[in-house]
Design a protein around this ligand. Structure first.
Ligand code: 5AD
Ligand code: SF4
Length: 420
């Protein structure tokens, strides 16, 4: 979402101000640091980065801090780092052209503002098209800072989405990535108009766009994975067979204190349904270890879900206490070494699963959508089920979907040759 937010800011600066992108720091008149605050680490990195930029920038170049950390630290960023000229929250990025004109502007409110989905056009890569379908989040997971930084959930009207995706298709994209904190909650609340729709209906509507061949989305919420949605996922040939199902924890009691709204059984039942309806699909997940109160037994439940579902991709994190969240004040915070040991165990088991999954790919054939030219004479792309591929080739491959045979496997990616 931050990558797309950056594209939106670049779009506005290109269209309405005399700015163009540069790769050279000492050439820049404006430096924007677009930040994440989901975990603490990126926040601490921010201030050291500001120091580096301050040292090497042109004397009059402005520095702006945008995104979620801007939302939650607000004017404190300028207090701590006076070299910063403006602070612009994740829900306010449409105001980028306004804040660059004001000294020490701070725009961080999270009320809805429809200008947040009315941007000029810019994509850093015409073949990779991300489209926001909603903003904010209406959940209140006790570990998560996002509702405080991105505000209430608002869906973007479906006709606007169809227009935006059609434009992307007309400039070369065959695939679209639909983005939202909770994509399958789409349609619950619109700001100005009422539309009777949901995510399944949106997928059906978007599938009708001529020239669009593939639809991906991230992230859905396990709670809203009803049968109709999973059946659409399995049966719609334009929907890529890769689905993110964020677990967070395998323990029902921990899920309750995380306020996730589902149990271990519900989660397993949804994954089983996906495997039954669509055996070719890959499932990825997010897991947090060391959430306050996590016992050895709770952690075993998480390991158990990992073994049962055999996620093809895992994003795993040590719990990080965040401001504006209830869990930071929970009793029984888990010592860092215990959380670290659990993370190591979880990742080691997942590596074994991943090795089995990837080794079985040797010689397999996939349809790959090529979307990026690499510096080493390779072109990269993804198979329908989300595996990263590299082949020897040139820009002629970009924007094409071609059959590729796997010739070499590794944990992160597959090398292959384009079939004649
Ligand atoms: N600590 C650790 N991980 C977190 N995530 C969100 N908040 C926290 C936190 N406080 C993880 C969740 C989420 C992903 C984007 O980041 O797993 O799905
Ligand atoms: Fe955060 Fe939960 Fe919303 Fe996801 S669903 S953004 S984890 S509050």
């Amino acid at each position: 979402m931050n990558v797309r937010d950056s594209e939106h800011m670049i779009a506005e600066l290109n269209a309405k101000e005399p700015y163009e992108l540069t790769q050279k720091l000492d050439d820049a008149d404006l430096i924007i640091i677009n930040t994440c605050s989901v975990r603490e680490k990126p926040v601490s990195k921010l201030f050291s980065e500001i120091g580096v930029f301050k040292k090497h920038k042109k004397p009059n170049a402005k520095i702006g801090v945008t995104g979620c950390t801007a939302s939650h630290l607000g004017k404190d960023i300028i207090k701590r780092a006076p070299a910063v000229d403006f602070v612009l929250g994740a829900r306010n990025i449409s105001k980028i052209t306004k804040v660059i004109e004001e000294k020490h502007a701070v725009e961080v409110d999270i009320d809805n503002d429809d200008s947040n989905y009315d941007f000029s056009e810019y994509r850093s890569n015409p073949f990779k098209s991300m489209v926001n379908i909603s903003m904010g989040c209406d959940k209140s997971c006790t570990f998560c800072i996002v509702p405080a930084t991105r505000g209430d959930e608002v869906s973007i009207p479906s006709d606007l989405l169809v227009t935006e995706i059609t434009k992307a298709v007309n400039t070369g994209a065959k695939e679209v990535m639909l983005l939202g904190q909770n994509v399958n909650n789409y349609g619950k609340s619109f700001s100005t108009q009422d539309e009777n729709t949901n995510f399944t209906a949106l997928l059906q509507k978007i599938s009708k766009i001529e020239g669009l061949e593939r639809i991906r989305f991230t992230s859905p919420h396990p709670l809203h994975m009803d049968d109709a949605f999973l059946e659409e996922f399995a049966s719609n040939p334009k929907i890529c067979k890769q689905i993110h199902v964020p677990l967070q924890s395998g323990s029902t009691s921990l899920l309750k204190s995380m306020r996730r709204g589902y149990s271990k059984e519900w989660f397993l039942n949804r994954c089983e349904k996906i495997r039954t309806l669509c055996p070719e699909a890959t499932i990825s997940t997010d897991i947090i270890v060391g959430f306050p109160g996590e016992s050895d037994e709770d952690f075993s439940d998480t390991m158990d879900v990992l073994d049962k579902v055999r996620f093809e991709q895992l994003f795993s994190f040590k719990y990080s206490p965040r401001p504006h969240t209830p869990a930071q004040d929970f009793e029984n915070q888990i010592p860092n070494d215990v959380a670290g040991a659990r993370l190591t165990k979880l990742q080691a088991r997942h590596t074994e699963i991943l090795d089995e999954v990837m080794n079985a790919q040797m010689g397999a054939e996939h349809h790959v959508y090529f979307d990026e030219l690499k510096a080493n004479g390779k072109v990269s792309g993804r198979s329908d089920d989300g595996k990263l591929f590299y082949v020897e080739g040139s820009e002629e491959l970009l924007g094409k979907i071609l059959k590729v045979k796997v010739t070499e496997v590794s944990r992160g990616a597959l090398n292959g040759i384009v079939c004649a």
